[in-house]
Design a protein around this ligand. Structure first.
Ligand code: ATP
Ligand code: MG
Length: 410
C-alpha cells in the first residue's frame, strides 16, 4: 500500500530532533498474517499527536484530530483514513474507563492491548514485531489474553465480549481455558458496561461468518444470558442451519437476522431489548416488523401472498421466511416434506425480495372532489376502497375505483 508506505516513511523519518518510530498494529497485522482482508489500518507511534500533525501538515497530508485525548490523529491519503495513535501506558482504570499516559515503550503498549493476536506490530520494513507471543497464537488460532486473563478483564469488562468476538472470527478448537474461566467468573460485570459498547461488540460477533461456536460457549458459561436473557428459553439452536442456509443461498452475514433467530418474536420484549441495548431506530424497526408479522403459511396462494405483502410490508415477511427457510433446510435431509417446504419458502422469499408495493391510485383529494367534506369520513371511505382493491388483487385502475366511489356516494 503506497499510502501506508508514505505515512510510515513520514513518521519514521529520523533526521529531525524529535525522531520517532511508527508501526502498523492490531487488526491489520493480524489479518494479513492470517491471509484475510484488512479493513482499517491502525498505526502506533512514539511521536506525540502534535508532532504527528506537524509532520503530516508539512508533507501536505490531511490530519484530523479524531481523538486527541486518546492520542489519536487520523491521517487521510486519497480519502483513505489511517488512525495514528501515540503509545500509551495505563495509569489507572476502574474497569470501564482507562486513564492513560503517552509513552515510547513498545512493550508497555503491547501489554495494554487485550489479546495476543491483536498486539502484533509491523515496522516500516514490514518486519513483524512480537512482544507477547502473538505469532504462535496466530499460527494455532488461539484466542488468548495478554497476561493474567482475570486482571485484563477487570481492567475492561468489554474484553469478555471481545474474547468471544475474536474467537468467533479467528479462533479454532476450544477457547483458551483460562480466558473462558475468567470470562465466566466476571460475567456479572457485563451489566456495568454502556449499552453502546455491548451492542457494538455483540453486533460484530453476530456478524461473524459463523457465530455458532462462540454463542455456544457464551451460553455454556452463562455470558450470553447476562447480555441477552431473551435467548434463555428460545435458544441458539437455530443458528447452525441458518448459517448453512445463508452460505448455500449466498446471503451476506446479517447480525439482526442472527439475533432474530435466538430471541422470541414478542413485540413488547423486543422493544425492551432494543431500548436496553440502544439499538438504532432502523435496527429496532427491523425487529419490530418481524415480531408484528405472523408466521407465513408457505402453502398460501400467490394472490394471498401479494395481499399479505401489501398489508404487512415485505421486511417482516422476509425475516420470517429466512428464519423458516433456515429451519426447514436444517430438517430437509432425507425428509421430502421439509424439502418441498424449503422449495416453497424459497420461492416466496424470491417474490418478497423482488416485490414493489403497488401504488393505490386514489387519494383524499379524489374523495373530497367526489363530494365528501374533509373530515374523518374521507379516511374511512378511502380505507374501505383500498381494502377492497387489495382483496381483489389490485385489479381495478384509477378510473374504475373513482367510478366505484361515485356509485357508493349515490
Ligand atoms: P477490527 O478493526 O478488525 O475489528 P481490530 O483488532 O483492529 O479489529 P479495533 O477495535 O480496531 O480492533 O482496535 C484496534 C486495536 O486496539 C486492537 O487490535 C487491540 O490491540 C486494541 N484494543 C481495542 N479495544 C481494546 C480493548 N477494549 N482492550 C484492549 N485493547 C483493545
Ligand atoms: Mg481496527
Amino acid at each position: 500500500d503506497p499510502a501506508l508506505g508514505r505515512i510510515l516513511a513520514l513518521l519514521n523519518d529520523d533526521d529531525g530532533a524529535d525522531n520517532g518510530e511508527a508501526r502498523v498494529v492490531g487488526g491489520a497485522v493480524r489479518n494479513s498474517l492470517m491471509g484475510l482482508p484488512v479493513s482499517d489500518i491502525d498505526i502506533a507511534t512514539t511521536l506525540t499527536p502534535e508532532i504527528v500533525i506537524e509532520r503530516a501538515m508539512a508533507a501536505g497530508i490531511k490530519a484530523v484530530p479524531t481523538g486527541l485525548q486518546h492520542g489519536t490523529v487520523t491521517l487521510v491519503i486519497d480519502g483513505k483514513p489511517f488512525e495514528v495513535t501515540t503509545l500509551r501506558t495505563d495509569v489507572e482504570t476502574d474497569g470501564r474507563h482507562a486513564k492513560v499516559a503517552f509513552s515510547t515503550d513498545w512493550k508497555a503498549d503491547a501489554e495494554r492491548r487485550d489479546l495476543t493476536i491483536n498486539a502484533l506490530y509491523a515496522d516500516a520494513r514490514g518486519e513483524v514485531v512480537d512482544l507477547v507471543g502473538g505469532l504462535a497464537d496466530i499460527e494455532t488460532r488461539n484466542i488468548r489474553f495478554i497476561g493474567d486473563a482475570a486482571k485484563r478483564i477487570a481492567e475492561d469488562h468489554l474484553r469478555i465480549l471481545r474474547f468471544f468476538r475474536f474467537f468467533a472470527y479467528y479462533g479454532s478448537g476450544r477457547p483458551d481455558a483460562e480466558g473462558l474461566r475468567a470470562c465466566a467468573a466476571a460475567r456479572s460485570k457485563l451489566k456495568t458496561l454502556s449499552a453502546e459498547r455491548v451492542w457494538s461488540e455483540l453486533r460484530k460477533l453476530l456478524g461473524a461468518a459463523d457465530p455458532g461456536r462462540a454463542l455456544l460457549w457464551m451460553r455454556q458459561v452463562a455470558v450470553l444470558t447476562e447480555i441477552l436473557p431473551e435467548s434463555e428459553r428460545w435458544g441458539i439452536d437455530a443458528i447452525p442451519s441458518l448459517v448453512a442456509t445463508e452460505r448455500a443461498l449466498g446471503w451476506a452475514p446479517d447480525p439482526l437476522l442472527r439475533l432474530a433467530a435466538i430471541v422470541p418474536p414478542d413485540a413488547a420484549r423486543l422493544e425492551a431489548l432494543a431500548a436496553r441495548l440502544k439499538l438504532s431506530n432502523a435496527e429496532a424497526a427491523t425487529l419490530k416488523a418481524w415480531a408484528m408479522t405472523a408466521p407465513v403459511n408457505d402453502e398460501m396462494s400467490s394472490a394471498a401472498f401479494e395481499q399479505l405483502l401489501y398489508r404487512n410490508g415485505a421486511e417482516g415477511i422476509m425475516t420470517r421466511l429466512k428464519l423458516a427457510l433456515g429451519v426447514a433446510r436444517g430438517k430437509a435431509e432425507g425428509d421430502l416434506g421439509e424439502m418441498a417446504r424449503s422449495a416453497r419458502l424459497g420461492k416466496l422469499l424470491d417474490r418478497a425480495m423482488k416485490w414493489k408495493k403497488p401504488q393505490f391510485p386514489v387519494n383524499g383529494a379524489d374523495v373530497i372532489a367526489a363530494g365528501i367534506p374533509s373530515g374523518p369520513r374521507v379516511g374511512e371511505l378511502l380505507g374501505s376502497l383500498e381494502n377492497q382493491w387489495v382483496d381483489e388483487n389490485f385489479a381495478s385502475d384509477r378510473a374504475a375505483l373513482l367510478a366505484r366511489l361515485r356509485e357508493r356516494l349515490q
